[in-house]
Design a protein around this ligand. Structure first.
Ligand code: 6PG
Length: 230
């Protein structure tokens, strides 16, 4: 499938254009279906985008927001994507959006897969917008090449929506959408900043081993829009 590249001069220009694109898709989804939904990734990259989205003019009360993945930590932990979204996206105009986080009281993520799947069933899917990041190892979502769960996460014959993952090169258990669920999304974006991530993407595009660089599994099966700035 295709990678549609949008390369911006700087992150401000990227976030302004990306925000407008997302708001346009969500508005269309609300007009067509009464509600729209977006799944976001965590990490460092999206924080400024979240801030731009939070002040956008949109009927956020008709938007469902969820996470592509999260670290299995308390939602007040600095590593929590739930915390990141609550502090940077669910504020200002977007404060009234319906947020469905992943973290439960379960000590282990694998004990929460059914509960997360049930929570997702209650919101509008397939996602109108799904935003992926990528690590330097080519992981996306929490589909980590180093994890014992990677083949399960990439298995398109599975009906699993979420997967509990234990990376070995990054901290914390994770809860992640599976590849199969990611691919159902109507608009998939890959949000990257910096030359280093662009080089990693180029390596991913040149190779074929999807378990080695799981971002390949998405790029090979979906039209993905790259939103990149140096
Ligand atoms: C996470 C993300 C993960 C992230 C990449 C890039 O929970 O960490 O979902 O897939 O998108 O690791 O993270 P940075 O934006 O911090 O480089």
């Amino acid at each position: 499938m295709a990678l549609v590249e949008h390369n911006f001069a700087n992150t401000d220009a990227l976030n302004t254009a990306f925000c407008e694109r997302i708001v346009g898709i969500l508005k269309a989804g609300i007009e067509q279906n009464g509600r729209a939904s977006i799944a976001v990734s965590g990490g460092r990259t999206p924080q400024a985008l979240f801030a731009a989205l939070s002040v956008s003019a949109l009927d956020w009360s008709k938007v469902d927001i969820s996470l592509v993945d999260d670290r299995w930590v308390a939602t007040d932990d600095a590593a929590s994507n739930d915390k990141l979204v609550r502090e940077h996206l669910l504020v200002n105009n977007a404060a009234v959006a319906n947020f469905v986080g992943l973290k439960t009281a379960d000590k282990n993520a694998e004990d929460a897969v059914a509960a997360c799947t049930e929570k997702l069933a209650a919101i509008h899917t397939p996602f109108d917008v799904l935003i992926l990041g990528m690590g330097e190892d080519g992981h996306t979502a929490s589909l980590f090449p180093c994890s014992a769960q990677i083949q399960q996460g990439l298995d398109l014959t599975s009906n699993a929506v979420y997967l509990a993952v234990q990376p070995t090169t990054a901290p914390h258990q994770r809860m992640s959408l599976t590849l199969a669920e990611i691919l159902k999304s109507k608009n998939i974006f890959l949000h990257l900043t910096g030359e280093s991530k662009k080089q990693v993407l180029n390596v991913a595009l040149e190779g074929n081993d999807e378990a080695q660089m799981p971002i390949r599994a998405v790029l090979n099966r979906a039209e993905v829009e790259l939103m990149w700035a140096p």
